[in-house]
Design a protein around this ligand. Structure first.
Ligand SMILES: [Zn+2]
Ligand SMILES: [Zn+2]
Length: 326
């Protein structure tokens, strides 16, 4: 089968003869239909995030159709359209026992510690292949994973209807945070230096920065200066939720944090199973249509170009394994 593999940092190839996945009894085999590209894939490609071996199959935001069901799986069937939750916790550690699976130290991460999903077929633990309602557009289904991160951020921020909220960064994660915060009823303002990204966020219902303070700030860019700006712009008793990450230390004033009584919370992915369950429920019948964030579609054969161009594309880049409609 075909698979998109990283051969060396920065070098991506479409392998025509990649081995078929092995199907364990507790798994389903999924014919992949579409995969979104995101920042963590880009850091694997750049060689900033180590993977167990090369060549390595890339990608983790996948959806597809179940083509075979493992012998021990009773609650999934062939032909179901599923979106894949690409983080498999151990279910045995303290964090998992407490329901905080995002904190599992043994978590297996698709595309990082487990082979990725940019392949024609993948084997997935059945409980991590989430059936979606029939009739959903491919563009919407492929956004369930990053939108789950956004809903987690909005939940941690304790956003209230009508409340002001500032989103820093309008990369694709910032766009999903804007959507999720709008869905929660917030008055969302957004900052991004890139005019195309800013325009897309405004299209999705956010407003341009008005220079005022905010009780809720969600930092999605990973830029150190943006985190510093968040500490400057949070109002008394405000909460800053940090989604974007950097290893570079930031310079912030503890005087500011104490005097303003700020809360700073890190947001790492989502917990299983409530993260995906909440996103799929929120998308059902709501007109949320997160696929509006997707702006650049490529075929599997153009994967290398898709990765190369993704940073410059406003909105999210994705790879479709289906024929482009005429
Ligand atoms: Zn992602
Ligand atoms: Zn665990």
């Amino acid at each position: 089968m075909r698979a998109v593999t990283l051969r060396a940092p920065g070098r991506i190839e479409v392998d025509e003869n990649w081995p078929e996945p092995l199907l364990r009894p507790s798994e389903v085999l999924v014919d992949v239909r579409g995969v979104g590209l995101c920042g963590s894939d880009a850091s694997v490609v750049a060689g900033h995030r180590a993977v167990p071996e090369l060549p390595w199959v890339l990608g983790h935001e996948a959806y597809g159709v179940i083509s075979r069901v493992g012998s021990a799986v009773a609650d999934r069937h062939e032909g179901q359209t599923v979106v894949i939750e690409p983080n498999y916790p151990c279910f045995a550690c303290d964090a998992c026992s407490a329901g905080a699976t995002s904190g599992c130290p043994n978590r297996r991460i698709v595309g990082i510690s487990e082979p990725g999903m940019l392949a024609e077929r993948v084997a997935v633990p059945a409980g991590f292949a989430w059936p979606v309602p029939s009739g959903w557009a491919a563009e919407d289904i492929v956004c369930v994973e990053p939108l789950s991160v956004a809903f987690n951020a909005v939940g941690l921020a304790g956003i209230r209807p009508g409340g002001r909220c500032l989103v820093l960064g309008a990369g694709s994660q910032g766009q999903f945070v804007c959507l999720a915060a709008r869905q929660a009823g917030a008055d969302v303002h957004v900052i991004d230096p890139h005019p195309g990204r800013l325009a897309l966020a405004l299209d999705l219902g956010a407003r341009p920065d008005d220079g005022g303070d905010h009780p809720v700030i969600i930092e999605t860019s990973g830029a150190v200066s943006a985190f510093e700006q968040a500490v400057d712009r949070a109002s008394h008793g405000g909460i800053i939720v940090v989604v974007g990450q950097s290893r570079t230390p930031a310079t912030v004033s503890t005087f500011r944090i104490v005097q303003r009584r700020l809360t700073i919370r890190g947001c790492l992915i989502y917990d299983h199973p409530q993260g995906f369950a909440r996103t799929i429920a929120a998308m059902t019948g709501s007109g949320l249509r997160p696929g509006r964030v997707l702006r650049a579609r490529y075929g599997l054969e153009d994967a290398s170009r898709a990765f190369a161009e993704s940073a410059g594309n406003p909105g999210k880049t994705w790879i479709s394994l289906e024929e482009k409609p005429a």
